[in-house]
Design a binder for this molecule. Structure first.
Ligand code: C5P
Length: 401
C-alpha cells in the first residue's frame, strides 16, 4: 500500500460512522487541521444522526461526502477518487456494524466502498457498548481486520453513553490526533534505543525544602514523543514534573541528580543514543537535614557541593552512545553553547535562551555540531523535537550508529 500525496502536507480521509462518539470526531478534525493535516470528511447516514455534515464541513473547510451516487463527482467515481491521494483513512468512530462490513469486504455505501477500494493504510477507532465489544462476532471481526493489516486504535474502558461502564469508549480526540501524527512520521530511528533525561532535579535541604532548577519537562517529553514516533525504543528518566509520559515510553522517576545518575547508569549500556535534556541542579546540600530546620530569625549558612555531571560521565565512557546535550543560556548563547559542547565532548548540542523557552510550548533552537550551527526557527516543542530527531538520525547514519 502506498501513500501518494505529492507535497509534505499529509492527507487524511476521516470517516464517521453511527455512534455517540461522533461528537469527538468534530474535535479530532479541528486538532488535525491545526496540526497541518488536510482532512477530507466522509460520513455514513447513521453518523449524520449524531452530528451534522455542516459541522465537519466548517471544521475541515471542505464539502463532506456521504453519497455513493453523488452527482457532483464528475465521473460518478467518488468511492475511487476520494481514497486516492490520501495518506491514510481513519474511521472514528467505527461502529460494530461498520467493523463487521469492513471485515467481510462489504461495500453498500460510500464509506465502506472507498475503504474496500483504497490503496492507503486504514486505521479504525472503535466505539460501542461493552456488550457489543465483547460479542464473539465483534471479536472475530476485529481479529480479521488486525490480520488484514488494519490498525486498531483503542478503545478504552470507562463510563459509556448508555450508562454502563466497560470496554468500548472511543479514544479521546487529542489521543487519536497524536496517533495520526505519529503514524505520519518517518521511522528514522527504527530499532534504535534512546535514553532521555528530562525535567529538573530536586536537591533536599531539609524535610520540606530544597533547591531545584526551573524546568517544566516539556522539551524532554517532546523529544521522547518524537523519538517514539520515529520508531525508537525510549527510556525516559524524569525529574519531578506534572506531565504524562508519552504512550510507549518506559518512564523512570527520580528526584535528585544522584538518583538520576544511578538510573542513567542502569540503562546506558544498551542505549544507542543519549539525549540529556534534564535541567540538573549543579549543587546539592552537603548534609540535608532530616527534620525541618526551624526559623530562628537570624541568618543561616548552608554548604553545597557540586553534583556529578551526568552527561559528561556518559560522554566520556569508553564506548559512549551518540550524546546530545542541551544548553539553556541567558546570554552569549553561541559562545557559551560552543564552549559547552567542546568541554563535554559532544557531537551535538542544542542551545536556547532560557528566558524564551522555560515553561513555554514553543521554542527557538540552535543546533551545534562538527559542521557548524543549524538554527531551528521558532516552532512548537514537538515540532522542534521532530526536527532534532531528524538531525540526530542523519548524524547517526553518517557515523553508522
Ligand atoms: O547545566 P549545563 O548548562 O552544564 O547543562 C548542559 C547539559 O549537561 C544538559 O544537557 C544537561 O542535561 C547536562 N547536565 C548533566 N548533569 C549535570 C549538569 C548538566 O547531565 N550535573
Amino acid at each position: 500500500m502506498t501513500g501518494t500525496s505529492l507535497s509534505n502536507t499529509k492527507r487524511l480521509l476521516l470517516g464517521l460512522t453511527g455512534g455517540v462518539a461522533a461528537y469527538k470526531a468534530a474535535e479530532l478534525a479541528r486538532i488535525l487541521i491545526r496540526d497541518g493535516i488536510e482532512v477530507q470528511g466522509v460520513m455514513t447516514e447513521s453518523a449524520c444522526r449524531f452530528i451534522g455534515t455542516a459541522t465537519l464541513q466548517a471544521l475541515t473547510g471542505k464539502p463532506v461526502f456521504m453519497d455513493l451516487w453523488d452527482a457532483s463527482v464528475p465521473d460518478s467515481m467518488a468511492h475511487i477518487d476520494l481514497s486516492r491521494n490520501m495518506d491514510a483513512i481513519l474511521i472514528a468512530p467505527a461502529s460494530a456494524d461498520f467493523i463487521a462490513k469492513l471485515a467481510n469486504g462489504m461495500a453498500d455505501d460510500l464509506l465502506s466502498t472507498l475503504c474496500l477500494a483504497r490503496d492507503c493504510p486504514l486505521l479504525i477507532a472503535p466505539a460501542m457498548n461493552r456488550q457489543m465489544w465483547e460479542n464473539p462476532a465483534t471479536r472475530r471481526n476485529l481479529f480479521t481486520l488486525g490480520r488484514d493489516g488494519v490498525t486498531i486504535l483503542g478503545p478504552v474502558s470507562g463510563l459509556q453513553a448508555c450508562g454502563e461502564t466497560g470496554m468500548g469508549r472511543m479514544l479521546e480526540a487529542h489521543e487519536l490526533a497524536e496517533t495520526v501524527s505519529a503514524f505520519f512520521q518517518p521511522k528514522l530511528l527504527q530499532g534504535k534505543r534512546m535514553l532521555i533525561t528530562a525535567g529538573p532535579t530536586y536537591e533536599a535541604i531539609d524535610a520540606v525544602r530544597g533547591i531545584t532548577n526551573l524546568s517544566s519537562g516539556k522539551m524532554g517529553y517532546a523529544v521522547a514523543r518524537a523519538a517514539l514516533e520515529a520508531g525508537a525504543e525510549v527510556i525516559l528518566i524524569s525529574g519531578p514534573v506534572c506531565l504524562d509520559a508519552p504512550a510507549g515510553a518506559k518512564r523512570v522517576n527520580v528526584v535528585s541528580a544522584q538518583e538520576m545518575l544511578a538510573a542513567v547508569k542502569n540503562e546506558i549500556s544498551s542505549a544507542d543514543m543519549f539525549v540529556s535534556v534534564a535541567a540538573v541542579a549543579d549543587y546539592r546540600a552537603i548534609k540535608p537535614n532530616k527534620q525541618k530546620i526551624k526559623k530562628t530569625g537570624g541568618s543561616i549558612m548552608l554548604e553545597f557541593i557540586p553534583n556529578p555531571d551526568i552527561l559528561e560521565y556518559v560522554a566520556s565512557l569508553p564506548k559512549p552512545p551518540f550524546c546530545v546535550g542541551f544548553a539553556a543560556e541567558t546570554e552569549n548563547l553561541e559562545k557559551n553553547a560552543d564552549a559547552k559542547r567542546r568541554k563535554k565532548k559532544l557531537p551535538l548540542l542544542v542551545a536556547n535562551l532560557a528566558q524564551d523557552v522555560i515553561g513555554f510550548d514553543e521554542s527557538t533552537l540552535t543546533l551545534f555540531d562538527n559542521e557548524g550551527k543549524h538554527p531551528l526557527l521558532k516552532a512548537s516543542k514537538i515540532e522542534q523535537a521532530r526536527r532534532l530527531i531528524k538531525h540526530i538520525a542523519s548524524l547517526c547514519e553518517k557515523q553508522e550508529i
